[in-house]
Design a protein around this ligand. Structure first.
Ligand SMILES: Nc1ncnc2c1ncn2[C@@H]1O[C@H](COP(=O)(O)OP(=O)(O)OP(=O)(O)O)[C@@H](O)[C@H]1O
Ligand SMILES: [Mg+2]
Length: 387
């Protein structure tokens, strides 16, 4: 009920209710006095009863009882109206107060009842709107903080790869492994490339761990598959060679096949997968990694296969989850933090691609990645795509 209506009813009730009750009290008290009066039978009926009541010795007790009744009636009316107004005003205010206190304490789940009625209906609705908006922005903040933390930890994770390589090559030079000018040249070139990779990752970190964005910075380009993977394999091959791991590379796509991808991010994908193949090597065999680029109608399929220790059928469905590590790698000193493949999956999916793994324990693991080919008909005249 609207508060204005409630006040109007209160105003009328203050006048009408005591008057009505006083009349009733007067009738009842009068009747009782008559009944108890010794000469009751002789009193004439009708209007003269009233006259008799006011002029006889009954007048005194009548006024006395009426005065008590009126005090009682006024008190009763007062209590009834106060309770009624309190219900309509003080209760909603108290509910609002509790709700506001919850918001102040950060509990954004506290809801007010929906059918407040009257002027409070709007007030409650505004409170609910405010609560939902606050909750939305708090949720957004949480997501953005999580993404930010994830981005920083992803980049930190990937920084380890080039650092380890650089250390390895510098140690090689110090130990005199690079004993010919060609070898030395190769080593220095690789160190330079790895340092460049680090530089790019650190740039990514400084730019995007900042305030305005927490998304992976993609710079999509049109890449020629043969050229891109050719260069990539050259770099990776040198690394694997120094670790005595055999690398086989085959590209079965037509020479002009292109994909849209961010070359730096794609490199992170390949580095992480090959990093795992190296880490989970089976030392009882001659280690080998096969990289195949296959042609699949409107897609390109990249397969990176190793003959390492493999992944059990129990672990296989979970390896792309963040922080997931199989029991065997958890128990080994070589295991990492379990985020490498989650980074790989995120990057591949951000490219609109798919990734999955097939593996057999003690035989090896194969990672399959599919990217859609860039078709000439897709050409919008743009060379560079940024996201
Ligand atoms: N080539 C592989 N051979 C055997 N097991 C693998 C291979 N690749 C991944 N795994 C298994 O999948 C799990 C998840 O791999 P992921 O790269 O995400 O984490 P990680 O290598 O343990 O740690 P990080 O990459 O963070 O250093 C690994 O712990 C390992 O058990
Ligand atoms: Mg890994």
């Amino acid at each position: 009920m609207k508060f204005k209506t409630r006040l109007q009813i209160t105003f009328l009730t203050i006048i009408v209710l005591p008057v009505l009750l006083a009349i009733i009290a007067f009738v009842i008290i009068g009747k009782v006095l008559f009944v108890m009066h010794p000469g009751f039978d002789r009193i004439p009926q009708g209007a003269r009863q009233m006259e008799y009541l006011l002029t006889s010795d009954l007048a005194k007790p009548l006024f006395f009882y009426m005065a008590i009744s009126i005090v009682f009636i006024l008190a009763l009316t007062g209590i009834l109206l106060t309770v009624w107004i309190a219900k309509g005003l003080i209760d909603p205010i108290n509910q609002l107060n509790v709700a506001m206190q919850n918001i102040a304490e950060g509990n954004l789940e506290y809801r007010l009842p929906e059918n407040a009625g009257g002027e409070f209906e709007n007030l409650y609705k505004n409170y609910e709107d405010m609560r939902l908006r606050l909750k939305e922005s708090a949720d957004e903040k949480l997501v953005s903080e999580t993404q930010n933390r994830e981005l920083v930890s992803n980049i930190t994770h990937d920084l380890k790869t080039p650092i380890t390589s650089i250390k390895g090559y510098v140690e090689g030079i110090m130990d005199g492994v690079a004993d010919t000018p060609e070898k030395m040249d190769k080593y220095i070139k690789t160190i330079y490339n790895k340092a460049n990779d680090m530089d790019k990752l650190i740039n990514e970190l400084t730019v995007y761990s900042g305030i305005d964005s927490n998304r992976v910075p993609y710079h999509f380009l049109r890449l020629n598959v043969a050229d891109y993977f050719g260069d990539c394999i050259e770099e990776v091959g040198l690394d694997l060679e120094s670790k005595n791991i055999k690398l086989d590379y085959s590209n079965l796509t037509p020479p002009d096949t292109q994909i849209i991808a961010d070359p730096e991010q794609l490199k992170r994908v390949i580095n992480n997968i090959i990093g795992n193949s190296v880490k989970y090597i089976d030392r009882t065999k001659i280690p080998q990694i096969d990289i195949r680029i296959l042609d699949e109608a409107d897609a390109v399929r990249i397969e990176i296969e190793d003959n390492g220790r493999g992944i059990s059928a129990k672990d296989l469905p979970n390896i792309f989850e963040r922080f997931y590590r199989s029991d065997s790698s958890r128990n080994s000193s070589r295991g990492g933090s379990g985020i490498g493949l989650s980074i790989v999956k995120k990057i591949v999916e951000d490219h609109g691609g798919y990734i999955w793994a097939t593996s057999k324990e003690n035989e090896g693991t194969c990672m399959h990645i599919v990217f859609r080919k860039y078709e000439i008909a897709d050409n919008s005249g743009e060379e560079v795509y940024e996201q």
